[in-house]
Design a protein around this ligand. Structure first.
Ligand SMILES: Cc1cc2nc3c(=O)[nH]c(=O)nc-3n(C[C@H](O)[C@H](O)[C@H](O)COP(=O)(O)OP(=O)(O)OC[C@H]3O[C@@H](n4cnc5c(N)ncnc54)[C@H](O)[C@@H]3O)c2cc1C
Length: 373
């Protein structure tokens, strides 16, 4: 029986902080920027510490976590991306870390450390090599959110036997970070640059779990519901901005505008329904313990990713067409939100997600109403 953490993540203190975070988002929309103040706000409200608290195998309430990710994404998609990585690191530590590793990480999170998960790499990916009787890292990660700012990234590294391991590091500066390649259309403040690990020593205590744990299913794939929740917050914000513009310009009575806003509202609510169900399925106890339930949950999350991507694209089109050219002019918040959302919607292998989700549906004899428990 898994222990469910009953403490709330979406606290009144966090709710109060979100206004300031949203107000800072426009100023942070620049190359090489990073939301230091926002992260400090998350630390001050206990939002960084909470995902690391709780005993072995403890899980968080999916509805509470979804509302938190959604609300932070609504205020700032770059901050939402960073916080989603922080929560992912906490989930991996809860699942695979030793009690000592978990306690140490919880202490660091309590002290305000931001964690992240850095897995993506180019041809010079990270390897764990033996050198001088010890272990050392070689290579670099790319698209590493918070590069130069995240104090405790959990990275993947291939050892000499070819096994993929997780290594939790404690970095003390940004010298190895390179943001020169992160000249991004949107999500600029996520600082998703590259980071070189070559020469950094690793002790056995830094290694989290065993070979292959990072990709272990269903958690690896099902956990994608969390970035969908952040994206949902951005999608809803965009509908709200479109609505505000139409009302301000007294164009909200026009039937074409109403039709488009109706479509946008349907798309946003569709995304919400998928994400809410995905969160509950992904975090359900049966998903962790029963093979059939795990396969159902993974397929559901694959389809959720597709549904949320489609909703985001539809909402962007509807809002841009409703507002017109003004939606493309800085400093319109819609201009920035569309760039952030369009960038953040680019996640790995979307075609494969649809195909594998579809293959699961095609392979089942059960009626559709019984497919997703
Ligand atoms: C804002 C942001 C922050 C990020 N932060 C992090 C981070 O902190 N840590 C981290 O590890 N990663 C991070 N990433 C990277 C992320 O995990 C993915 O690696 C990245 O988003 C993949 O996007 P892509 O469009 O290049 O994907 P791709 O998978 O390359 O997809 C591009 C297109 O190619 C298709 N395709 C994919 N594979 C094949 C194939 N084999 N043959 C033919 N077609 C194919 C896809 O269906 C799609 O149409 C971040 C990404 C973003 C956008």
């Amino acid at each position: 029986m898994l222990e469910r953490d009953t403490r709330r993540l979406f606290t009144p203190a966090l709710r109060a902080e979100l206004g300031a975070i949203a107000a800072r988002a426009a100023a942070l929309d620049a190359d090489d920027s990073f939301p230091d103040e926002d992260v400090a706000g998350l630390a001050a409200t206990g939002t960084l510490a909470m995902p690391f608290a709780g005993g072995e195998g403890a899980t968080m309430d999916p509805d509470d976590l979804m509302e938190t990710l959604r609300a932070i994404g609504h205020a700032s998609l770059p901050l939402g991306r960073l916080f989603e990585g922080h929560v992912n690191a906490a989930a991996l530590l809860r699942r695979y870390g030793t009690p000592r590793q978990r306690e140490e990480a919880a202490r660091r999170a309590q002290d305000g450390a931001l964690f992240g998960v850095w897995n993506t790499e180019a041809t010079d990916g990270v390897r764990l090599v033996r050198r001088g009787g010890g272990l050392e890292l070689e290579g670099r990660k790319i698209f590493a959110s918070g590069a130069g700012h995240v104090a405790s990234p959990l990275i993947t590294a291939c050892d000499e036997a070819g096994d993929l391991l997780m290594v939790l590091l404690r970095l003390d500066g940004g010298l190895r970070a390179d943001l020169s390649g992160w000249k991004a259309h949107g999500m600029r403040a996520s600082a998703s640059g590259s980071y070189s690990f070559s020469g950094l020593p690793v002790t056995p205590e830094d290694i989290i779990g065993g070979p292959g744990d990072y990709h272990r299913q269903p958690h690896f794939s099902a956990g994608a519901w969390r970035f969908c929740a952040v994206q949902l917050g951005g999608i809803e914000r965009l509908v709200e901005e479109g609505r505000a513009f139409l009302r301000r310009h007294r164009r909200d009575g026009d039937p074409h505008q109403r039709a488009r806003m109706g479509e946008a509202a349907i798309a946003a609510e569709t995304a919400r329904l998928w994400v809410e169900r995905a969160a509950r399925l992904a975090e359900a106890e049966e998903t962790a313990t029963e093979a059939g339930a795990a396969e159902d949950a993974v397929a559901y999350v694959y389809l959720t990713r597709c549904a949320v991507e489609r909703s985001g694209l539809e909402v962007m089109e509807a809002v841009q067409r409703s507002i017109g050219l003004a939606a493309f002019l800085r400093p319109s918040p819609v201009e920035r939100l569309c760039r952030d959302l369009a960038t953040y919607l680019r996640q790995p292998a979307p075609d494969r997600m649809l195909c594998e989700g579809a293959a699961h549906v095609l392979g089942q004899e059960r009626p559709l109403r019984e497919l997703w428990r």
